[in-house]
Ligand binder design. Structure first.
Ligand code: G3H
Ligand code: 13P
Ligand code: ZN
Length: 304
């Protein structure tokens, strides 16, 4: 049975740690993440973006997560990441996802409230919890992109949560999606986070939180990846964010770099290799390592 995201995050909220949200696109990525959570007895949130659903198919991803949750002793939730298409959101709710995100952050305040409220009403009827976003997180990925960054306005956060009845709130405090997060100093607006925290009483979510760890970046580069100027969120900033109210942390980019490094290493070192198990197995193992590092950083070890 899939776990309940709201209960998972309520516990994290109460005890001041964060649960890792990890994006999945295929079986190997998911298995690496789940193995990490199991090894560390940690709850985990598997997330599918609309791009992942378009790539792999919603039924494949849903059933992968359900299978993992049946076989595993740790709580595993399944979450829709950055839901923008009402048809996809409705499909996830009907199928039995644990939670969905409605990302109407690029809309005006009133329209963001209206769309979020609409999703909350349909999701809560089915016991599905809802993440919403106020302010915009910068950066570009496949289907998730925002050219500009607008920080979350703390004076509007309470009104937003009260009027929408959303269960979790994604905040814009200086992170951005993808591998190029900062051109200068890598620093989050922790003061702003404190103000948002003071005004709201829901678990807060940090998107664009990948650390872009040098070890894994160097491995990918050693085997041919071209990633000039790549920069993530330092671990010290993540710790501060958790201390000041973040309870859900989204990671995708670090998994992408790990997967890329693993695949590149095998095909560079063994150009005669054709067996997909030998090509993807080491990538899955690197995903596990990176996910374990993240889970330790988030403080959710032994919280299953
Ligand atoms: O925040 C977005 C996630 O990393 C997914 O991006 O649309 O490329 O799957 P995607
Ligand atoms: P990263 O690109 O930093 O991994 O962020 C992922 C994310 O926010 C998914 O919603
Ligand atoms: Zn995101």
């Amino acid at each position: 049975m899939l776990a309940n995201t709201k209960q998972m995050l309520a516990k994290a909220h109460l005890h001041n740690y964060a649960v890792g949200h990890f994006n999945i696109n295929n079986m190997e990525i998911m298995q690496g993440i789940v193995q990490a959570a199991q090894n560390l007895k940690s709850p985990v949130i598997l997330a599918t973006s609309e791009g992942a659903i378009a790539y792999a198919g919603i039924n494949f991803l849903y059933n992968l997560a359900v299978t993992a949750s049946k076989l595993s002793k740790v709580p595993i939730a399944l979450h829709l990441d950055h839901g923008k298409d009402m048809k996809v959101i409705k499909r996830c709710v009907a199928l039995g996802y644990s939670s969905v995100m409605i990302d109407a952050s690029s809309e005006e305040f009133a329209k963001n409230i209206r769309l979020t409220r609409q999703v909350v009403q349909l999701a809560h009827r089915k016991g599905v919890s809802v993440e919403a976003e106020l302010g915009t997180i910068g950066g570009k990925e496949d289907l998730v992109r925002s050219e500009r960054m607008v920080y979350t306005d703390p004076s509007k956060a309470k009104e937003f949560v009260d009027r929408t009845d959303c269960d979790f709130l994604a905040v814009a405090i200086g992170t951005s999606h993808g591998a190029y997060k900062f051109s200068g100093r890598a620093q989050l607006k922790i003061g702003l986070l404190k103000q948002i925290k003071d005004k709201t009483n829901v678990p807060l979510v940090l998107h664009g939180a990948s650390g872009v760890p040098p070890k894994i970046v160097h491995l990918a580069q050693k085997y041919g990846a071209e990633l000039p100027g790549i920069k993530g969120v330092p671990d010290s900033q993540i710790r501060l964010a958790i201390k000041n109210g973040i309870n859900k942390i989204n990671t995708d980019t670090d998994l992408r770099i790990a997967f890329d490094a693993g695949v590149r290493k095998v095909i560079r070192e063994h150009p005669q290799e054709l067996d997909p198990r030998h090509i993807l197995g080491p990538a899955r193992e690197l995903i596990r390592k990176v996910a374990e590092q993240r889970i330790k950083l988030f403080g959710s070890v032994n919280k299953a």
